[in-house]
Design a protein around this ligand. Structure first.
Ligand code: DQA
Length: 146
């Protein structure tokens, strides 16, 4: 059982091929590898999961309680639509950081709203793959202080 969970939602398994001008050339495997190495350098280990299914993401969030000290979540398009994901985050006593590769606030209006932001510890968006690394640093610092 790892200290932290990196959870990626729909279409993020397509990174590398998917709209590289927006999301970059790195694959999800590249990003997960870099995140694991970054967490390890800070003395933490990381589980990495991805699903295209809303219910599977909800199950993973529920299972995080008692298993992980924190979660880094890129919920993809469910960010903008899913009250159920929002409620899942609110239902667990585990800090969740919302992450996006792109700056959702600088894109189409339908991406400006995040259903999950009000129940997340914070949001990091717009730094490409670096958003995940910044989220690890933020989450570890938060958990280590609390
Ligand atoms: C995303 C932004 C979302 O609007 C989009 O639906 C994604 C990726 C990002 O990482 O920039 O799938 O979460």
């Amino acid at each position: 059982m790892a200290d932290y969970l990196l959870l990626n939602g729909p279409n993020l398994n397509r990174l590398g091929q998917r709209e590289p001008d927006i999301y970059g050339a790195q694959t999800l495997a590249d990003i997960e590898k870099a995140c694991r190495a970054h967490a390890k350098a800070r003395g933490a280990d990381l589980d990495c999961r991805q699903s295209n299914h809303e219910g599977a993401l909800i199950d993973a969030l529920h299972e995080a309680e008692g298993r992980h000290k924190g979660v880094i979540l890129n919920a993809g398009a469910f960010t903008h639509t899913s009250v159920a994901l929002r409620d899942a985050i609110a239902s667990i006593d585990v800090p969740v950081i919302e992450v996006h590769l792109s700056n959702i606030h600088a894109r189409e209006p339908f991406r400006h709203q995040s259903m999950i932001a009000p129940v997340a510890l914070g949001q990091i968006a717009g730094f490409g793959a670096l958003s995940y690394i910044l989220a690890i640093d933020a989450l570890l610092s938060f958990v280590e202080k609390s």
